[in-house]
Design a protein around this ligand. Structure first.
Ligand code: PFF
Ligand code: NA
Length: 459
């Protein structure tokens, strides 16, 4: 009979398909959808970028999502340990273990800057609640945001607060309790986004926004833009980084991975598109820049909250929900690091969470400074592609555009070519033609897609 891995003991398993979807969707839906997707869409010219992004989600993201969860369940342990075991039980080369290590390092690095932006969400709950946006114009609201960025100590304070919340939750092991609460909060976030889209329909330039987002103009898309779209597909689905491998290790055998993965991808994509439809009408109506960068939602949405009835309450609730979404993503990033520390350093959960969180917090100081004291420092400025990238930009590029898609490529190759085929169709939850089509995509389309994007960016 099969060996039973630690995570695959009945007491450790997710209690239902729903519980797993909530955790995985909690990891997926976050700042990536509401903060990052709109601003990188704006920076990369709109429609053509969105089209490439959607293609990346369904031809690359979903197959890797399925493969990663399946590998996690077959391995049944932390990403590093799962990969070590699987290279033995599946009889593959030892080199595949890099997938586990890449995940630990990348998820740790992404947490370092994610917590800084999570801090912004914390600040904006307060700003909204005390009515700082009421009646303010675009200039005043832009000024509020710039003042925040200019103050490293204030950014550090909120970065610290955000990280402390994440460490507390992971250390206490109260993830499952949190997920039950999130059960109600995420549908509320979804609803509030729809309210914002309706608001934008009535008082924004909705038509211009729709054509900006959905009519592709390929002359506005650069090769680096294509890489950014690929990287964001990985970032937004939390793939290629070991997080879903860690979560998948707790998934009961009878749950259909393909269907679950599709549900997560559709949810995540709808949240991102709704965020875009809420924000761009306001950008155009107020004569703002689509390419305004990381501050885009912190300038456009407050403008709307400042003008609509009940905006104080709506605004505070919206940023609170954004915070919850950010926290559920951030706890998933700490998971691979904590599991690794527990297994390899023999530390307990609390110590591992504190150590991992502290180290990520420390690296996060670089991101804090990127928005003020170091805003003119471009560490790789001698390479033309990185000419005007700050420390934050470089970290984001390294993780989102390199480590996550390359981790995804390795996962697709490992699942598509290296591991045993027997039982694979059942493991994934597909049969007959659907399974064959899926395997074709996973083995050829997904790896070729990632490889082509990288080759184009090299030459
Ligand atoms: N998917 C998250 C988001 O869209 O906000 C970000 C993320 C979570 C990235 C977990 C990486 C990760 F490991
Ligand atoms: Na996401």
């Amino acid at each position: 009979s099969e060996m039973v891995y630690p995570h695959q003991q009945a007491s450790n398993l997710w209690t239902s398909r729903m519980a797993f979807i909530l955790a995985a969707a909690g990891s997926a839906v976050g700042l990536g959808n509401i903060w990052k997707f709109p601003y990188i869409t704006g920076e990369n010219g709109g429609g053509a970028f969105v089209l490439v992004y959607l293609a990346c989600i369904f031809l690359i993201g979903v197959p890797v999502l399925i493969a990663e969860i399946m590998i996690g369940r077959r391995g049944g342990q932390s990403p590093v340990a799962s990969m070590r075991t699987l290279t033995q039980t599946e009889g593959t080369a030892r080199g595949w273990r890099i997938i586990g290590w890449n995940g630990v390092v990348a998820s740790f690095l992404v947490l370092s800057f994610y917590a800084v932006i999570g801090g912004w969400a914390l600040v904006y709950i307060g700003k909204a609640a005390v009515g700082m946006f009421a009646g303010a114009d675009a200039e005043a609201i832009g000024g509020q945001f710039n003042n925040l960025l200019a103050n490293p100590w204030e950014l550090l304070l909120w970065h610290t607060a955000f990280m402390a919340i994440v460490v507390f939750i992971v250390g206490k092991g109260i993830r499952s309790g949190l997920e039950k609460a999130v059960n109600m909060l995420m549908p509320l976030l979804f609803l509030l986004l729809i309210v914002m889209v309706f608001y934008a329909m009535n008082s924004g330039s909705f038509g211009r926004a729709v054509s900006f987002m959905f009519s592709p103009d390929f002359s506005r898309l650069t090769t680096e833009g294509v890489l950014t779209a690929l990287g964001h597909a990985a970032f937004t689905l939390s793939i290629g980084i070991g997080v879903l491998m860690a979560y998948g290790s707790y998934l009961p055998k009878n749950i259909n991975i393909a269907r679950t993965a599709m549900t997560i991808a559709v949810l995540d994509t709808s949240v991102a598109l709704l965020a875009g439809l809420a924000i761009f009408p306001l950008v155009f109506a107020n004569g703002l820049e689509t390419g305004a960068g990381p501050g885009l939602i912190f300038v456009t949405l407050p403008l709307a909250f400042g003008q609509m009835g009940g905006g104080v309450l709506f605004g505070a609730i919206f940023f609170a929900l954004l915070l919850v979404a950010a926290i559920t993503s951030a706890i998933s990033m700490l998971e691979p690091v904590v599991e690794w520390l527990e297994e390899h350093k023999g530390a307990n959960r609390v110590k591992s969470a504190v150590a991992g969180g502290f180290a990520a917090w420390f690296i996060g100081i670089g991101t804090v400074l990127s928005f003020n004291r170091w805003s003119d420092i471009h560490p790789l400025g001698f390479i033309s592609m990185f000419e005007d990238k700050t420390v934050f930009d470089l970290l984001d590029f390294l993780v989102s555009n390199l480590m996550m898609p390359l981790g995804g490529l390795a996962i697709a190759l490992f699942a598509g070519w290296a591991i045993r085929r027997e039982g694979l169709a059942e493991d994934i939850g597909l049969q007959g033609g659907a399974y064959k089509a899926f395997m074709f995509v996973l083995r050829f389309v997904t790896p070729a897609g990632i490889a082509i994007v990288f080759l184009y960016n090299l030459v």
